[in-house]
Design a protein around this ligand. Structure first.
Ligand SMILES: C[S@@+](CC[C@H](N)C(=O)[O-])C[C@H]1O[C@@H](n2cnc3c(N)ncnc32)[C@H](O)[C@@H]1O
Length: 386
């Protein structure tokens, strides 16, 4: 569990120890607020399958390794791993080859709710049978599963052991809020702001540098872990404007408007000091295609098979778009599912509750506008070893 208190500044190594999406199966849990991510991933399945078609098929004696980096807890990761493995089995079968055994690694930071995830895993199919029998065994999984705790910005697996890396909606999370963004003496100090949307140029530059340093660490690690002939499919929040990182697009609307205003409410109502608010920053950066490409090219280990920005759609999934209360609740819950753990660690559960009730109220009174304007764009990258 992440520490809950009122004195934790979200920076440096703290973040790696405490960051997780909201665990469990409650109303504000990630498991119950990730339908939008599921839909966006589904709309890009054909791109994932294209990547999988490029993966080299090896001897059936060597296990085939699949990894989901930033898997979180909930059914999205289980669905995707199943898609990947079924697709690969089909490819083996189409060529008349015997399929290998599959290992699936669910990887995330140590505070991730792996327990909820493991409870959602279907039982292993009868492993005395053939792969075809496994596939036929509906509701069963045809792979061995393991959880791998640790940061994807560093090494997680033995060298040359993994065939397919997948990561969705995770790489935009930074390893830390850049120190200068929290330093009052620095030009990059994000005074008044809890996100870089609308911040000054120096703050945005610090975030961009942090993103690029983090992505470089990610690529360096994967280039050692991936088998020759393997592939990687990456999907993360992105932005369409290449010039101005202070316009964070959909992420900007999520964290830079009602969420920001709710923090300001707490300050104005005397519930927290302005300094307390200024010490909190959301460690997310939605890169442009150019930001992303520069790092892949500088690393040089990967060939780019695809690198594009796609429109993913709205993060709000509601039954009744005319019901402003439902829209307000959906926005507050989406926001809380991904940032609630950090908020609670910074100001405690009680004030966290106050904050998100204000997000909900504010979002409710802008429901129509939110449904019209809140759109996520994603960077999609398909990479293989150069
Ligand atoms: C929005 S969730 C994505 C979940 C899932 N991939 C999906 O498609 O629904 C982002 C996940 O990235 C994880 N994450 C963020 N930074 C990470 C890091 N440095 N190493 C590993 N996981 C990280 C978070 O803990 C979180 O579970």
């Amino acid at each position: 569990m992440a520490p809950t208190g009122d004195n934790v500044v979200v920076s440096n190594m703290n973040l790696e120890r405490m960051l997780s999406m909201k665990g469990g199966k409650g109303d504000a849990s990630y498991a119950n607020n990730s339908q939008a991510q599921a839909q966006h991933a589904l709309s890009m399945l054909h791109l994932l399958e294209e990547t999988l078609d490029g993966v080299q098929l090896n001897s059936p004696e060597v296990p085939f390794g699949v990894v989901d980096l930033g898997c979180s807890s909930g059914s999205n990761t289980i669905f995707i791993v199943d898609v990947i493995i079924k697709h690969m089995i089909k490819r083996y079968e189409a060529l008349g080859y015997e399929a290998p055994e599959f290992s699936a690694f669910f990887s995330d930071l140590p505070s991730n709710d792996f327990n909820t995830l493991f409870q959602l895993l279907p039982p292993l199919a009868n492993n005395g049978g053939s792969m075809e029998e496994c596939l036929a065994a509906n509701g069963h999984r045809s792979y061995f599963a393991a959880g791998v705790p640790g940061s994807f910005h560093r090494r997680l697996f033995p060298a040359r052991s993994i065939d397919v890396f997948y990561s969705a909606f995770s790489l935009h999370w930074l390893s830390q809020v850049p120190e200068i963004v929290l330093d009052k003496r620095s030009k990059a100090y994000n005074k008044g702001g809890v996100f870089i949307h609308g911040a000054n140029e120096s703050t945005a530059k610090a975030y961009k540098q942090q993103f690029q340093t983090d992505l470089a660490g990610f690529l360096r690690s994967r280039s050692q872990e991936m088998k020759r002939g393997g592939s990687m499919f990456l999907l993360c929040l992105g932005r369409t404007s290449s010039v101005d990182p202070t316009d964070q697009g959909g992420a900007g609307l999520l964290f830079g408007t009602h969420f920001q205003d709710a923090w300001d409410d707490l300050v104005q109502e005397g519930l927290i000091t302005s300094e307390k608010r200024d010490n909190f920053n959301i460690p997310v950066y939605a890169p442009s295609l150019q930001d992303f490409k520069e790092v892949v090219e500088a690393d040089g280990s990967f060939a780019i098979n695809k690198l594009e920005v796609f429109r993913g759609g709205s993060p709000l999934v509601v039954n009744c778009p005319d019901d402003a209360a439902e829209v307000g609740r959906a926005l507050a819950n989406s926001c809380r599912a991904v940032s609630g753990v950090l908020v609670d660690a910074h100001i405690g559960d009680r004030l966290g509750e106050e904050l998100f009730s204000r997000v909900e109220r504010r979002a409710m009174s802008h429901a129509k506008e939110l449904l019209e304007k809140l759109q996520f764009f994603h960077i999609v990258a398909s990479l293989s070893l150069a």
